[in-house]
Structures are given as C-alpha cells and as structure tokens.
Design a protein. Sequence first.
Length: 636
Amino acid sequence: MPFSVCMRDCYDTCSMVSELKDGRLRVKGNPEHPITAGFLCPKGALLPRWFHANDRLKNPLVRTGERGSGSFLETSWEEAIELVATKLREIIEKHGSESVLVYQYAGDRGVVNYAFPLRLFHYLNTAMLDYGICDRAGQEALKDVYGTAIGMDPEELKNQKLIVYWGINAFWTNLHGFTFAKKHGLEIWTVDVVRTETAKRSDRFFRIRPDTDVLFALGVAKVIIEEELYDRVFVRENVYGFEEFKNYVKTLSLDYVSRETGIRVEEIETFAREFAEKRGIIHIGYGFQRSLAGGEAVRAISILPALVGHRFGFIYDMKTIDKSYAEGAFLRTRPARRIPQMKLAEYIERGEVKFLYVYNSNPLASLPNQNLLRKALRESDVFVVTHDIFLTDTALYSDVVLPANTFFERLDIADSYYHRHVALNEPVARLYGKSNSEITRLLAKALGINNPYLYESDEGIVKKVLELNGLSWQELKAKGFVKVPEKPKEWETPSGKIEFYSQRAVRRGLSPFPEYRKFEGKYPLRLLTPTHRMTITSQYHNTHGMIDPYLYINPADASERDIEDGDTIEVFNDNGSIRTEARLTEDVPQGVVMLYKAFWVRLLGWNANFLTGDETVERYGNGSAYHSTWVEIRKV
C-alpha cells in the first residue's frame, strides 16, 4: 500500500497508508509513526470524501461575467495555459515584473507542491508575499529571547511531568500531540480566554482576560524569582540580564496582576510554585499572538521555561529541513519586492498588483477585512489566476481557474512544524486536475523559457532536497517517514545566551522587557475567531458539511442586549456586518464573543473576516492582529 501524508496546514502532519479499493480511496494512520501513531483526526478520517467530492473542478474555467458572479466558460488546458502565459507576458512588458504577485500559503504543505512553483516567479523577478498572517509575531518574539523560534522536540515530552497549553486548543488542532502527552502521563494545564475542549480535558484551567497573557506570565515569573524557585545554576550560566529582569518584575503588584488578568493571587502563586517544581514545558499557541499584544505576550511566556532550567522548554515551531533548493530563489537576478500578506487589498487598490497568481490558498476566505478585498478586486483591472481543487471564493473572483489535483495523486514529501519527521507521499490514483509543479512546467514552456530548473521532475526535487538535508531516500521509501536528526542548538542572540533583557528588542525600538498594554476598541465586545474542529481555516467546509456558524456569547452580555439563545442577531463594526444566531454559553467570558473563522462565503453568505481588521504589528514583523477586533451585537 502506498504511503501518504496529510498535507494540510496542521501541526501533526500525519503519516498514512492508502489504497484504492473498488474505485474508492481508503486511508488509515501509519502505525509505525511515533507521534501520529496510527490514528487519524476526524478531518483525516473523512479524507476519502474530500478526494471523491462531486464538486471537484475537472476542466479549466475562464470568467465571462462579473467577478464573484460564478459565470465561467469551460475551456481546454491548452487554451487556458496560453491565456495565462499571454496575460503574464503582456503585464510584465507593460507594468514590469514587480506588478506580478504570486500568492500562496500552506493549503498544501508538500515541499514540491508548495515551493517548486515559486521557481518560475523567481525566474521572472516578480513580487513575492511577505507572510505575516499566521505566526510571525511569535516568531519575532522568540528570536528576541532565544534567537530562534524552534523549540524542543515534542518526543522529549515523555521525559517531562507537566505541559501547559497556552492559547492553543490542542485537542482540536494538535490531537496527536495532546494524545502523546496524555499517553506519557504528563499533567496538563491550559491557559486561555475561552474554556475550550482542551481546557475541559485539562487537569487545571487558568482563564485569563484578552491581552493579559504578558501580565500573567510576568506575575508567575515574579513569584518564581522572589521565592527563589528558579534554577539558579542554569540561570547564572545561561541567562543574560537576569538581575535587570528581577528588578523589573519586582515592581509588579500581584494584586494588580490579579485585577487585570482575572486570576486570583492564590492561583498565580500556585501556578508559579507547581510550574517550578514540575519544571513545566509550554506549548505556545498561534491564536493569541495574532493580536496587538501578541508579540509581548510570547516574549513573557517564553521566559518561564528558562527560569526552571530548560534550554528550549517551549514548543512553537519546528523547521526541520532546508527547502530552499525546491524554491529556487537562486534563479532571481535582483532582490524580490515583498508585499505584506495582510495588505493585499491596499496594493490592488493602488494599482501596484496587476497580475495575481493564487495557489495553495483561499485569500477571499482567510484574509481579514474581506469587504475591502472584494471591493478592490471588483473595481480593479488586476488579472487573477487561481489554481485549486474546488471553486472557492477566490476562484469565483478569478479570470482563469485551473483545476488542481490532491496530494493522493502525486509524489511529494512533507515535514512538520510540530515534530521532527519528514513523511513520504506516493500517488494512489489520478482523478482530475494537475499538480502545482505540472502547471509550472506548462507555463514555463508557454512562456518560451528554457531554463532546466523549471522542468526538473518531482522525484528529482525530492531526492535533491533529501540529499541536501542528509536524509535517506531509501529509508523514506521503506518506512514512509524519516526523522531529521537534531543538530546541537545554541541561542542565536547578541549575547549567545537566553536574553531576559533582550538586546534585539531594544534594537527594534522596543523595551528590553515584555510590556503590558491595555487595548480598547471602538465597540464593546472583543471578537475571537478560532478555527473549527472540522476545518483548517477555509479547508473542508464544502466537503465535510459540518459547520458551526453561530456566535457564542456570555449570558450576561446577551442579557444586556435582550438576546436569548437562538435569536437572530447582527454582528457589526466599521469593517462590515453579518447575521447569524446567538448561542449563549459560559465557556465564553463576559466582554468576549466568538465566531469560527473562514467559512466559505459562497456557501454561508458571510464569514468572520467580514468583521476582522487588517491592522498589523509593525515591530513584530508586520504580524497579523485580527484577534484585536471589536464588535457590537443587536437582535434583529
């Protein structure tokens, strides 16, 4: 049976074995994999339904009506590729190569399918995306303290006593990691604003108010330091700026921390004492760092594991292999112009993007401030090409739509940003569409480009990437996965130590220590937009049919607005408005409301990004801040 790997934008990156039996795909987890361990999450179990979905695109489409209207004419592959190549050539000649933007993200994380198409755009010297939507602020924050965002190997959890899930609903988004921790007997704590499914399954739940993560972490650090619970030998030998940090947290009042965070002083002290005793590990989530306070929060949180003696006692990211050969930036002849991901609408409005090529992404569902983006596309002359499996919202706004195939239909490899394994993906069958690499070769040929790097085979790229990373193709073929050896890691900071006093932060105009700031919006309710259990951002909404479009609100906030459970409500702010039903729950605290994110507008009529803002946090790499969105609600 062929090996497969789930290519979705998910921590776990499950290794699977697949087969086509009686014309139907069957998948199961690879039992030999040490993390994903032979079982699939609810989304993975339904992959055959996704693969065989009736609404998969089968033929290229050319738009004949207004953007978003769904008016398309089917055409041949030859005509579609020639049209795309002709428009690409014309726009480069008239407006320059930097008016062309390739927009791709992690909708498919296969090394070839993700990176190889970029070779063509590097060769053409087009503009490239500056990725800021996902984990950028946290990346920058961890570099301020450790010089890297790559934390510990999660397989080392088997040697630990305590894991803290801070701002991550791991039972939904990192099920195999959560199960691994349970299997090895770790005590599990959760720190979050919402009482998530992870919080309900944890040994302890610390509910904090939005944006107060930094203050809670500093309060915990204060107790650990003042009660001398920290690892003095480790701190003396490996930490830069400890005395300065000690004096900084000394000024904090635990009563003030308690009032701001909503956590009692006794709980703060208990957290600190037991975290120190059990030498806790912290899995730092992505959600809360997508806010105006996110970068400062991650800086503060990341200090706690170092206080109790861990060199890299956090889990955040795991970039295990170098994929630069697959991407081929060496084909450029000048530096790339980078366009901030969150500001796509602005660049289109200003006429700075004339050709937009989209793959592995659905920005008309996943980007914030959707009304602005859709208006920009309707009113501009930008030529949009989308390569996708389905007629997504982005495809509806495109001039040409090219059918993609699934990862069950091609060769590739994928690494994980959670664990240290690279997995093999072998083709099981071919149904419809072409891979990203196939389209790239067709476009290169239509453009008359003869560079051999644009015609390299998928297998050739896979083998070269493995070779450059010191990994065995034979071992990968035999097992379906291979572990990337961990090289000795050092702290890539100016001092060569863990920096409680961050020199890098100072150089970027920030305080040397994490700072707490209050943020308030024009509207009274803070909107949180996490992912639903059965989707990964916008993926699977159309095939799984399990959506939850309701707005979750605390009963006290609902009562103030005369709203009862099941009432139709309007949620609104300056970015837009949506109508849905209210669901009253104590799982969401007062002052906070929650909508699941990025459902397909063409199926639901709206999504949460009609409300979210596209503000970025400049000092943290232009990271996204769409969880810093405020709204009001009224019954209709």
